[in-house]
Design a protein around this ligand. Structure first.
Ligand SMILES: Cc1cc2nc3c(=O)[nH]c(=O)nc-3n(C[C@H](O)[C@H](O)[C@H](O)COP(=O)(O)OP(=O)(O)OC[C@H]3O[C@@H](n4cnc5c(N)ncnc54)[C@H](O)[C@@H]3O)c2cc1C
Length: 484
């Protein structure tokens, strides 16, 4: 596309969203065309910031008419390059940040109808203002948007109790690649009227349309919360401890996070002098949270009982129980800082894997062996939502090596070693972060051709010209080898 044609497009898009919301100056556009980690860069014809579903539909119709690729964008906190244009494919970035109104909170139906551009933080605050609770909790909550959360089927630290985003969505409004608006904003918990259409947009990473509104589930506010930080000798002990906590606390168990010593060390250093919650150093730690509507004393007693049983069974080395909500929050800050601390340190290979819960210790042991055989001085930053069978297995460069050198030498081989091991365990190479561009070309090695063809069949039915977030999620189809 040449510059004269670009100018025509910019004029047309400006007519839809107004001058101040059709961004074209290179400096401004640059902030929307690079991903959160600064790894993926693309080119945008313009960044448009619509204010309504109707404006989104007009933009999409215009782009379709002129065969212009489109990239839906929320808070741009995706870790896999999904929310920015591909390098060689100039696109119109459709940023949803201005569509952030809460339309309705229905406390009896326990639902909220909200525009896609509302940040997760704002959604949680709006629920709280209505004496309700929206449980999705992830480290990027101040920037990520509910539309982005739905499009990535975000997970986070409360999946154990409330499920991931797929389980928290009841209805959607979507602008399809044709520009048509699909209104599926139903707040129903039972609806067996054929295919559950909303499901194909959840986790589709913007490849099938733009989510403009959603009806999401709310819950009663948990009035009490008990949090403990536990030292462990082995990852296998975390599995036993988790089982004990489940047996004692049942549905009150709302989070169970595993943290390796190098991950803790990284976080504490980033938090400028915050001390470890435990006096001694252990190879592994678990952060446990119980929450419920019962009295705080009852919940505290439940947590202590679980820890005592664990101690008698010799599966914990030491534990610190938060004595106030401030202290509980400090423990969570240590956990939540790990991701950003890695980004700032640079030089970590991010593998977001899940395997059957029972296999987590074995997986960690074997993956660690593989990585250390390839890159002996690697810091094993391993942490994550163990309660869901999900760990972020993120080998980090040694202090003595630069990020660029470590990634150039070891990035690809570590990813291959860890992801292929996850596949051997019948696990997933992306438990919650999605595929974006970063993981796209790994899919043919782990999914059957049949599964990939079903994906492409859906894509072609809804977006026949491949204009909606092209190059993301779906890999090129491999040649048939006659085996399937
Ligand atoms: C510090 C940190 C911690 C994180 N922790 C977690 C975690 O615990 N669990 C987890 O799951 N993720 C986590 N993430 C990853 C990320 O925050 C999530 O994937 C989040 O859901 C992305 O939301 P977003 O609004 O930033 O989406 P974006 O990054 O803007 O977009 C993500 C994808 O969705 C598409 N998209 C965005 N909005 C729409 C829309 N309205 N309609 C259609 N498509 C759309 C984009 O095209 C892109 O493909 C973390 C990220 C950071 C930086």
């Amino acid at each position: 596309m040449n510059n004269v044609v670009h100018t025509d497009h910019i004029l047309a898009l400006t007519r839809i969203v107004g001058q101040s919301n059709c961004l074209t100056s290179p400096d401004t556009v640059a902030t929307y065309t690079v991903d959160y980690r600064g790894i993926y860069h693309g080119e945008a014809i313009a960044v448009v910031r619509p204010d309504s579903t109707e404006q989104v539909a007009e933009i999409v119709k215009y782009c379709r008419l002129h065969s212009i690729p489109m990239v839906p964008q929320g808070g741009n906190t995706s870790l896999l390059g999904g929310a920015v244009p591909e390098e060689a494919v100039p696109a119109v970035v459709i940023n949803l940040a201005r569509m952030r109104r809460v339309h309705e909170v229905d406390p009896f139906n326990n639902t909220m109808t909200v525009e896609a551009g509302a940040t997760l933080h704002a959604v949680r605050a709006a629920a709280e203002a209505a004496d309700r609770f929206f449980p999705l909790r992830i480290g990027s909550e101040g920037s990520c948007q509910i539309g982005g959360n739905i499009s990535t089927n975000a997970g986070g630290t409360a999946v154990l109790r409330y499920g991931n985003m797929r389980e928290l969505v009841l209805g959607l409004e979507v602008v399809l690649p044709s520009g048509e608006i699909w209104n599926g904003l139903r707040g129903l918990r039972k609806d067996n009227t054929g295919y559950d259409i909303k499901q194909i947009f959840i986790g589709a990473e913007g490849t099938l349309g733009l989510i403009t509104k959603a009806v999401i589930k709310l819950f009663p506010v948990p009035t009490s919360r008990a949090v403990a930080f536990v030292g462990l000798a082995r990852a296998a002990d975390a599995l036993r401890l988790l089982e004990l906590c489940k047996a004692k606390a049942d549905t009150c168990l709302s989070a169970f996070e595993l943290i390796s010593q190098p991950a803790l060390e990284l976080s504490l250093a980033a938090l400028n002098g915050v001390r470890s919650p435990l006096a001694q150093v252990y190879p592994w730690y678990a952060l446990i949270e119980l929450s419920s509507g019962q009295e705080q004393e009852q919940l505290d007693a439940l947590l202590l009982e679980a820890l005592e049983t664990a101690s008698e069974a010799s599966c914990i080395e030491d534990a610190m129980v938060a004595t106030s909500q401030t202290q509980a929050q400090q423990l969570w800050t240590i956990r939540e800082e790990i991701s950003d601390a890695q980004t700032r340190t640079g030089g970590s290979v991010r593998c977001d894997i899940s395997v059957p819960l029972s296999k987590i210790p074995q997986f960690i042991e074997q993956a660690t062996e593989r990585v250390l055989a390839l890159a002996p001085n690697t810091r094993m930053v391993v942490y994550g939502h163990m309660g869901d069978g999900n760990v972020h297995f993120n080998p980090l460069r040694p202090d003595t090596q630069s990020a660029a050198e470590y990634l150039a030498t070891h990035g690809a081989e570590i990813t291959k070693a860890v992801d292929s091991l996850a596949a051997q365990f019948n696990g997933s190479i992306s438990a919650e972060h999605g595929i974006g561009v970063a993981k796209r070309d790994e899919l043919p090695h782990i999914k059957s051709r049949v599964e990939l063809e079903i994906g492409w069949a859906i894509k072609k039915a809804i977006d026949p010209e491949n204009l909606m977030n092209p190059g993301k999620v779906l890999p090129a189809l491999p040649e048939r080898d006659g085996k399937e």
